[in-house]
Ligand binder design. Structure first.
Ligand SMILES: Cc1ncc(COP(=O)(O)O)c(C=O)c1O
Length: 404
């Protein structure tokens, strides 16, 4: 008799021993009262400081209205895969809007940003014979998984390192098919890729380019199309991937590219073909969000004011964070147990929710608190947060003394 239970027990024991057993916090957010939420573990309100709904669009009245009205009109579910259930009309409109946003011929929506990466990269491996993939070493798990499934030769280049990428490209025959995959804003470090330089290399070595703009769409560029728009180089990138779940505050992922590329991915990507489409209300909500942020920069400007303010206050309090040009603020703890403990104390003692980031999301030894300010974090919240964080870092002996 095989004892199956023991496999599961051993698997759980292993993650517990390694200090990476995850506990989820049971929260209810209050629409209209961002960034507050109720912590169901003790009934207290907490201030959220690590949510990727960067611009609070998930609670925007226009987005809520679009979701409610579309649900009333069209019901809840999508009713099946696109092939069998058809495409619900809001999804057609959303794809048109995303193509326009990125100045591409076409776009295709997946059920998440993760699936967009995994399914597209896997499909590219099937579509392009003898493709070689060049991938930044800090690329997201969904890209890594896509490359694994693409089952083609790969080279991993040093993070944001143009000369390493050049050397690797040089090592491959010029007429061999190549794909360079990178992110614009890296989710954990918050640093920004040298997009223009990567595109120049791609041109020189006849490679296709694939950028993950998950942490920048909605936030950067004059209409929120991301860093490539901000730098004026969207046309140099062959495939732009994004999410509707972070700055756009809803859910879903997508790619935007030439019609032919999108058509081929649509026809080969298993993660697109064999799953139920996003429901109409979600597509309508995402569409409302993309359209709103295309015309309004208010949220982006307010967001950056809060990001700058928090960075200044952390600096004044002698709390170090990774230096970058983006909205992601990482305070390094570099110990899995201390990172977890810092989160626990912040939550229980100060009613601040900032989830620690441990392995495998970041390498062992680079554990951190990843802080994501939003336009709704006011000065009082910032002051309270910095005071609490300082006190916790001192209590845990991560920094030495309290100097205000
Ligand atoms: C860089 C990057 N790409 C893709 C994803 C997946 O996006 P989604 O949350 O929409 O599945 C994430 C998620 O955090 C990410 O950080």
């Amino acid at each position: 008799m095989i004892n199956y239970q023991i496999f599961f027990e051993q698997a759980i024991d292993k993650v517990k021993q390694e200090g990476r057993y995850r506990l989820f916090t049971d929260l209810t957010r209050y629409a209209g009262n961002f960034p507050l939420a109720k912590n169901h573990h003790n009934g207290c309100d907490v201030v959220l400081w690590c949510i990727n709904d960067y611009l609070c669009m998930g609670q925007h009245p226009k987005i809520i209205k679009a979701a409610i009205e579309t649900t009333k009109e069209m019901g809840v579910g999508a009713g099946g895969t696109r092939n069998i259930g058809g495409t619900n009309h809001p999804l057609t409109l959303l794809e048109k809007e995303l193509a326009t946003l990125h100045e591409k011929e076409s776009a295709i929506v997946f059920t998440s940003g993760y699936i967009a990466n995994d399914a597209t990269i896997t499909a590219l491996g099937n579509i392009i014979p003898e493709l070689i993939i060049f991938s930044d070493e800090k690329n997201h798990a969904s890209i890594i998984e896509g490359i694994r499934h693409a089952n083609c030769k790969k080279y991993i280049f040093k993070h944001n390192n143009i000369s390493d990428l050049r050397q690797l490209l040089q090592s491959v025959p010029i007429n061999q098919a190549k794909l360079i995959i990178f992110e614009s804003v890296y989710s954990m470090e918050g640093d920004i890729a040298p997009i223009v330089e990567i595109c120049a290399l791609a041109k020189e070595f006849k490679a296709l380019t694939y950028i993950d703009e998950v942490h920048s769409v909605g936030l950067y560029g004059k209409s929120g199309a991301g860093i490539a728009q901000k730098l004026g180089c969207m046309d140099k990138i062959d495939i732009i991937q994004g999410t509707l779940a972070k700055a756009y505050g809803v859910i879903g992922g997508y790619i935007a590219a030439d019609h032919l590329i999108v058509d081929a991915v649509r026809s080969y990507a298993s993660g697109f073909i064999f799953t139920t489409a996003l429901p109409p209300a979600i597509a309508a909500a995402a569409l409302a969000s993309v359209q709103h942020l295309k015309h309004s920069s208010t949220e982006r400007l307010e967001h950056f004011e809060v990001v700058d303010k928090l960075k200044q206050e952390l600096t004044k309090a002698h709390i170090q964070y990774l230096s970058n040009e983006s909205h992601i603020i990482s305070v390094m703890i570099c110990d899995q147990y201390l990172a977890k403990e810092a989160s626990r104390i912040l939550l229980e003692k100060y009613h601040i929710y900032v989830q620690h980031i441990n392995y495998p999301t970041v390498p062992k030894g680079l554990e951190r608190l990843r802080i994501t300010p939003t336009p709704r974090h006011n000065n009082e919240m910032i002051e309270h947060f910095v005071m609490a964080l300082k006190a916790v870092l001192v209590e845990l002996k991560i920094i030495e003394s309290v100097i205000f």
